[in-house]
Design a protein around this ligand. Structure first.
Ligand code: BEZ
Ligand code: FE
Length: 298
C-alpha cells in the first residue's frame, strides 16, 4: 500500500475508464473527474463540506416536479446554460442570438392566425409585436414558426398563478409569404426566478439578487434553417445589466415604442394607449449534415 498521492489517485480513476467504448462519454467523464478532483484539491474540501454538497444536490433533485426543473435553474444561475449555448451557436453574419429557454416553456400552445391577441386575461400593457423572419441575405422566410411565451406585466407566468390551468400569453404564429409575422400580447415585467428552493438558497448565499429583466420568449424554426431559442428584452428596464441567469445579449434588447390611442401598425383601432415592438429575426441556413434541424433532435 503506497501513501496517498493526489495525481496518482486521479490517474488511477481515469485509467478505470479504459474499457469504456463510447469515446465522447469517456472524454466528458474524464474532464468532469479531472476538474472535480482539481476543485476539491484547490479548496482542500473537508468531509463535512462534501456531505453538504451531496445534500444540496439531493435537495435539488427533490425540488424537481412536473412544473419545476431545479437543475435547469441551477445551471442557469451558474452561467452553465449560457456557456453551453455560447460555445455551440452556429453564427452567420448578424444571425439571431440564442439565449436560455428557462423553466416556463409549455409545449402545445395553439397555432393562431397572424395578428391574433394572446393577452386575453393577462395583466399588462397591450403591445403589438411585428416584423419579419429573414435569412442571412435579408430575403424573407415564409412559413417560419414562432412559438411565443412570456410572463405578465406583474412578473408572473401562467403556470405560477394559483389555480391557473389554461395557457396565457402563449401562442404559435407562422410567417406569410413575405416573411411577416404579427401578434398582440403585453409588455412583460422583470421578475424574480423561483428562489424558494436549493438553487435560490445558493444564489442568496452568494449575495446575488434573483431577478431577470423583462423579456418575451421566442422559439423560431423554419425548414432548412437552424432553430433558435431566444428572447427580446425591454430596453432601459431594470436588471438588464445584471440578469441573474446571464441571458441578455445586446442584439436582443428592443425599444417598446409607446403610442397614444389610435391606429396600430396592423390597422387595428386602439381605444387606449399601447406599445409596439418591431423586430426582424435573422435565421442561419443549415450548412452541414449533422446540424440540429428541430427541437426534437435535442
Ligand atoms: C425565464 O426566462 O423564464 C427564466 C430563465 C432562466 C431561469 C429562470 C427563468
Ligand atoms: Fe422568462
Amino acid at each position: 500500500m503506497t501513501e496517498f498521492n493526489v495525481s496518482a489517485h486521479l490517474q488511477e480513476v481515469l485509467a478505470s475508464f479504459s474499457l469504456c467504448n463510447d469515446a465522447r462519454f469517456k472524454a466528458i467523464m474524464s474532464a468532469v473527474v479531472r476538474h472535480l478532483h482539481a476543485c476539491i484539491t484547490e479548496v482542500k474540501l473537508r468531509p463535512d463540506e462534501w456531505k453538504d454538497a451531496i445534500e444540496f444536490l439531493t435537495e435539488t433533485g427533490h425540488a424537481c416536479t412536473e412544473k419545476r426543473q431545479e437543475f435547469i435553474l441551477l445551471s442557469d444561475l451558474l452561467g452553465l446554460s449560457t456557456l453551453t449555448i455560447g460555445i455551440n451557436q452556429q453564427r452567420g453574419d448578424d444571425c439571431l442570438e440564442e439565449t436560455v429557454e428557462g423553466p416556463y416553456y409549455w409545449e402545445g400552445a395553439a397555432e393562431l392566425p397572424s395578428g391574433a391577441d394572446i393577452s386575453e386575461g393577462v395583466k399588462g400593457f397591450k403591445t403589438y409585436y411585428y416584423g419579419r423572419v429573414i435569412d442571412g441575405s435579408g430575403a424573407p422566410i415564409a412559413n417560419a414558426l414562432l412559438d411565443v411565451w412570456s410572463g405578465d406585466g406583474e412578473g408572473n407566468y401562467d403556470m405560477q398563478l394559483p389555480g391557473q390551468q389554461e395557457m396565457m400569453a402563449r401562442g404559435k404564429f407562422r410567417t406569410n409569404t413575405l416573411g411577416e409575422y404579427g401578434f398582440w400580447s403585453i409588455k412583460p415585467s422583470y421578475y424574480p426566478i423561483p428562489s424558494d428552493g436549493p438553487a435560490g438558497h445558493m444564489q442568496r448565499k452568494l449575495g446575488r439578487h434573483p431577478n431577470r429583466p423583462g423579456h418575451i420568449h421566442f422559439k423560431l424554426s423554419a425548414d432548412g434553417y437552424v432553430p433558435v431559442n431566444t428572447q427580446l428584452f425591454i430596453a432601459n428596464g431594470p436588471y438588464l445589466e445584471s440578469d441573474c441567469v446571464f441571458g441578455v445579449k445586446p442584439g436582443l434588447i428592443v425599444d417598446y415604442v409607446e403610442h397614444p390611442a389610435g391606429v396600430a401598425p396592423d390597422g387595428r383601432e386602439m381605444s387606449k394607449p399601447f406599445s409596439s415592438v418591431p423586430f426582424d429575426f435573422r435565421l442561419t441556413a443549415i450548412q452541414h449534415s449533422n446540424a440540429r434541424t428541430s427541437y426534437e433532435d435535442r
